[in-house]
Ligand binder design. Sequence first.
Ligand code: PLP
Length: 404
Amino acid sequence: MPGYELFGAEERKEVNDVLETGILMRYGFDGMRNGMWKAKELETEICKTFNSKHAQLVSSGTAALTMAMSALGIGAGDEIIMPTFTFVASFEAVISVGAIPVLVDIDETLTLSPAAVEAAISPRTKAIMPVHMCGSMAQMDELKAIADKHNLLLLEDACQAIGASYKGKALGTIGHAGTFSFDFVKIITCAEGGAVLTQTEEIYRKCDQFSDHGHDHMGKDRGADLHPYLGYNFRISELHAAVGLAQIRKLGQFLELQKRNHSIIQKALSAVQGISFRVIPDPAGDTGSFLSFFLPTEEMTREAIAELQAAGIAGNFYWYDNNWHYIRKWQHLQNGSFMSRLPEEQKKQVMHYSNLAFPASDAIMSRCISSSISLLWDENQAAERGAKIAAILNNVIAKHNITA
Ligand SMILES: *Cc1c(COP(=O)(O)O)cnc(C)c1O
């Protein structure tokens, strides 16, 4: 998934434009900036690339999630339904606005199980937050139908799925709001950065204000702005936006390389009897940033991971043991390890929901390996990697079939 692999002259040129003027801030200093408005330009480019009416840049994907929730009016006591497999940022943002992350099972799409979502709806539910993990998509038709039926907000965490689509629509543009992350390991990077996409003018306006201390950006200068709401400083800098501008122009090339290498490796692994692939609701919209597959048992999966490591084949992730991505290891959430005091009711609810058992998710995640796809492999290198991984999987499975 990483855009940093193809960092080069284009990024340096955009950053240099900003360094030449010395105006590193996205607002104001009109006379001194020599026509350079990198953040504005990147927002325009995001709208064009993903066919979105609005986009608001911020300093990170986590900031984008927090801001989207605030702009959507998600706050104290509201329950947000989200998946057991995500990144810590998703529940950090929910807790930061005073809301309760209600974790529910995933299915073999590695994203929200629509049945689990429906079962978790309570009178306090305010939003459903699908997380489009590892470059691919949630079951958006089903989730949208549930959201519509129960009059809930739909907030897409598309931080890992920039450039993915579902039935022709860019992920992040389907829900009431969607978020991107441009941190250093995402599909495109600004070094650090994020964005909220929305098709609703009012939500966009609130994001624009929230990210800059509530400034309405209608005054002749910053001192003359009004502040309809309280905000924060979630601004992106011109230097970061400049990097993103070069990267978004290369997104098409990144996706082409990723999809090519993904399909070469998938072809090699298709010959392995006994594994199955992650279910992709709309295969045409997959970014190809990971190839995720399932072995028959947890034991075989652990053996395969160990063998891949022993063979020096990097980039194979076993999320089940990962401290960042799966509920099983989020001890700080389960124990309520907060630096400052949360309202008692929020803390009680957070600990209740995060300590539930998730046998259905465990059964999937304990058998899942996600193999990351590099932009730097040529076709031969991708084929060679695919063959090596396939040989290891074949060995592990054969050994168990003999002993069984
Ligand atoms: C990276 C990521 C985020 C947060 O993005 P940052 O820019 O690192 O703050 C949120 N959600 C998911 C699913 C992510 O992968």
